[in-house]
Design a protein around this ligand. Structure first.
Ligand SMILES: NC(=O)c1ccc[n+]([C@@H]2O[C@H](COP(=O)([O-])OP(=O)(O)OC[C@H]3O[C@@H](n4cnc5c(N)ncnc54)[C@H](OP(=O)(O)O)[C@@H]3O)[C@@H](O)[C@H]2O)c1
Length: 248
């Protein structure tokens, strides 16, 4: 059971790491991080949106999963700024593969968050991952006003089970692994067109999938595979994810 806030108690010194705060604990990744931490018998608390309400004194580590892609410099970076200023706890941050190579405001904010952690936090860990299954599913099943679905040409996504990222973040906390850890990528990289078609089939729609040339440096970076990593992890595959969704 996740308590709504951190309860004050004596900090074990020296002693085992016990209290972990998770921001964004209700989110796609945050929920899985909480489970992964609890399965390691760590005491886990979910942070309120306003971190100034939390007593950070007993907190040994914070996994920073809160994000607002529409306001990343305000929310995501604001959260990092608050934590590096107010705690010396181990700060563990999920980032995105290639964020420093792709000029898009959300990715620029992720890169700035990474830089702030690296230069200002006492102890930090960054683990970048590729796009989660659920993100791609959300894009390619959302209702559109057009009778077709348009996806970027020559673009691949190395879709990943978010539980794999959550496990790696929880392991970094439990085993006190610091620094930039290896990137995590899904087991296969699929063309966007292929992913879109499988989503359409799963929800029983027959809209044709068209490709377009995504403009600018961001499109070029995607076509060059800046969002991909040679590292290939396990976890649920895209086909298993789609099969589960289709049955559902
Ligand atoms: N999705 C991907 O494909 C992917 C891939 C690699 C890395 N990541 C990274 O993983 C992290 C988590 O992403 P996610 O996909 O799990 O996001 P998500 O499902 O959208 O969850 C976002 C979380 O942020 C919280 N939140 C919303 N507004 C907030 C605010 N104003 N202040 C504080 N918290 C707020 C939400 O809580 P409420 O319930 O209160 O709204 C929710 O718990 C992000 O840093 C993301 O960049 C994601």
């Amino acid at each position: 059971m996740v308590s709504p806030s951190v309860h004050a108690r004596a900090k074990p010194d020296p002693g085992p790491l016990t209290t972990v705060l998770v921001t964004g604990a209700s989110g796609l990744l945050g929920r899985r991080v909480v489970q992964a931490l609890q399965s390691r018998d760590l005491s886990v608390s979910s942070a309120p949106r306003d971190l100034s309400q939390v007593d950070l004194a007993p907190v040994d580590a914070v996994v920073i999963c809160a994000t607002v892609p529409a306001r990343p410099f305000e929310i995501d970076l604001g959260q990092i700024d608050f934590l590096v200023t107010h705690t010396e706890a181990h700060l563990v941050y999920p980032s995105i593969v290639g964020c420093d190579l792709m000029p898009w405001p959300y990715y620029e904010a992720k890169t700035t968050c990474e830089q702030n952690l690296q230069s200002r936090a006492s102890r930090w860990t960054i683990i970048r991952a590729t796009q989660f299954h659920h993100l791609i599913w959300g894009w390619y099943t959302a209702p559109t006003r057009w009778p077709w679905l348009a996806v970027p040409a020559e673009t691949r996504y190395q879709v990943l089970d978010p539980a794999v990222h959550a496990e790696a973040l929880a392991a970094a906390v439990a085993d006190q692994m610091f620094g930039r850890l290896p990137d995590i990528g899904g087991p296969f990289a699929y063309e966007a067109r292929e992913l879109a078609r499988s989503c359409q089939r799963a929800i029983g729609r027959r809209r044709p999938v068209l490709t377009y040339n995504k403009r600018g440096l961001f499109g070029a970076a995607l076509r060059a595979g800046a969002n991909l990593t040679p590292n290939r992890s396990g976890g649920e595959t895209w086909n298993e994810f789609i099969a589960r969704r289709t049955k559902g």
